[in-house]
Design a protein around this ligand. Sequence first.
Ligand code: BES
Ligand code: ZN
Length: 622
Amino acid sequence: MRTYLFWLSLISTLACQTAKQEDSTSEKKEMTFTDPHTYARPDESVVTHLDWKAEVDFGSKTITAQATLTLKNSSNAQKLRLDTKALNITDVLVDGDSATYTLGGPDEHMGSALDVTIVPNAKKVDVYYTTSPGAEALQWLAPQQTADKQHPFLFTQSQAILARSWVPIQDSPGVRFTYNAEVKVPKGLLALMSAENPMEVSEDGIYRFQMAQPVPAYLLALAVGDLKFQSLGTRSGVYAEPSVIEKATSEFEDLESMISAAEELYGPYQWDRYDLLVLPPSFPFGGMENPRLTFATPTILAGDKSLVSLVAHELAHSWSGNLVTNATWDDFWLNEGFTVYFEQRIMERLYGREYSEMLASLAAQDLLEEIESMTKRGNGNDTKLKLDLAGRNPDDGVTTIAYDKGYLLLRTLEETLGREKFDAFLKSYFEKNAFSVMTTEEFIRQFEQFTADGESQPDLKAWIYQPGLPANVRLPTSGKFMTVDQELEKYRQGSTAAQLNTGDWTSHEWLHFVRSVPEDITSGQLSELDNTFGFTTSGNSEVLTAWLVQAIRHNYTPAFDRLERFLISTGRRKFLSPIYKELLNMDGGREMALRIYEKARPNYHFVATNTLDEMLGIELNN
Ligand code: BES
Ligand code: ZN
């Protein structure tokens, strides 16, 4: 566990210098924080650049690489300490000469510390290594597991602390470095990273990447597969497997306007290009904000743009998260809460307030449910915005608290200050803190400094350091959902499905409808709804998930076939968790869950199996 002392204005990056010039009045901000999830000691000796030369081998499911780390040794340290996890290290050099190094014993979450003996003026450290086939960040897919079923596929997922399973690095969000890479892959496949990317397959299977903006390790990313590129505008485009590219292109046609909307809100996009990569279905998240190249689930391709708020979300991370980065995973809400708020603002600009208030209202529903269930399970402490994840898997902090309670706090600040003033705060916050870290405490300080004395303010400290929600919280309500509620009332009073007025409903209204069907609904009634509205065959995976949960709860067996197929074909944890959880509550559901899980598990990413193994109470190795 390390405590660092950082002076924001000392972090020497191009952008930071710019930020300093533009913010000439800003004093030096002294920030102390402890990242409990790294072995690294960046206050002693810090990595500022990575050169990565790698070869990807699908046969052995390994990457063999040379990582050359450029150091800044500010305290004449005798040691460089890196994070690694299950890496097979074959050699370490310091400035070209063989070096002494030790690898610490592995910790379940943190992996092993790699200590390299250095001299005070050491400039470069080379680590030669091979990843292990079970590397937690890497998912190796057989052709059968891709959309086109012709070629294998590899993708990484580094957040929160999995980068160390494929690169020996200071794996802490507080350490930023630039990188260059040269990656060799099987001929015919395209390689992409969170960097400047190729648009075409190379003859020799070798790709060179540059990432000129400094990023923390959790934003390192690589994908290799049979991928095509389609431009969407001057600075954006989409990569996907050949059979998916067309659908992706039309789903994301609003991308350029989204980028402009985001810039109008909170300042220039600082990463040059913004491209999307649609992954095979086993990708465990909806999206991952890898800089310049958001990774996205194919479940986003609903066919009617109804899930593009996910792109707004990942795009917003180009400011909240990638530019101003949570100092530790205990401050995760600074990444996600800000991003949900920003996402909603983008959606409001593009599709209007009524539309974005539906999203806000769904988020509030999710939040209330999660607070209740966490409190019941005795996890009340995790309903605080500022988390305490020391000694735990930072993944434990990935709940709706960071996202939706964080969002509600920012929404409350907006309501208190007025939109104009709050926007001015956010804009200056992103500008002033660009390419650096933020602690919860520093955020509070900056916010309090910005707002005038005596102004009425929400109790920031209660929001942040107390569990649950303050008693006076104002929850969003959606006018559109009130209309849905009226139809639900008619239904409760005996109207048939066909008599309901559902003409112009979007998938969000449908989602609200499905979530709110009467608790005592029978399977016969579900059947009538299904025959009228076709929920079991919905192409919108949010609606489908909510529907399958109801089907399990009320024993509507005609949906079980689809349920099984969905669980086998989708790897997105957000959908898997509620469905498996509901199955565990059903009579005979545990057996059904385990039977399906046995078939589906090989298709899931570590991030998902890690959660589900625990939920289903099974212990497996790999
Ligand atoms: N950065 C997150 C995904 C993440 C969080 C990965 C923590 C690993 C650890 C990403 O931006 C995200 O929030 N994705 C959401 C989408 C969203 C629209 C809320 C998801 O995957 O569901
Ligand atoms: Zn996010």
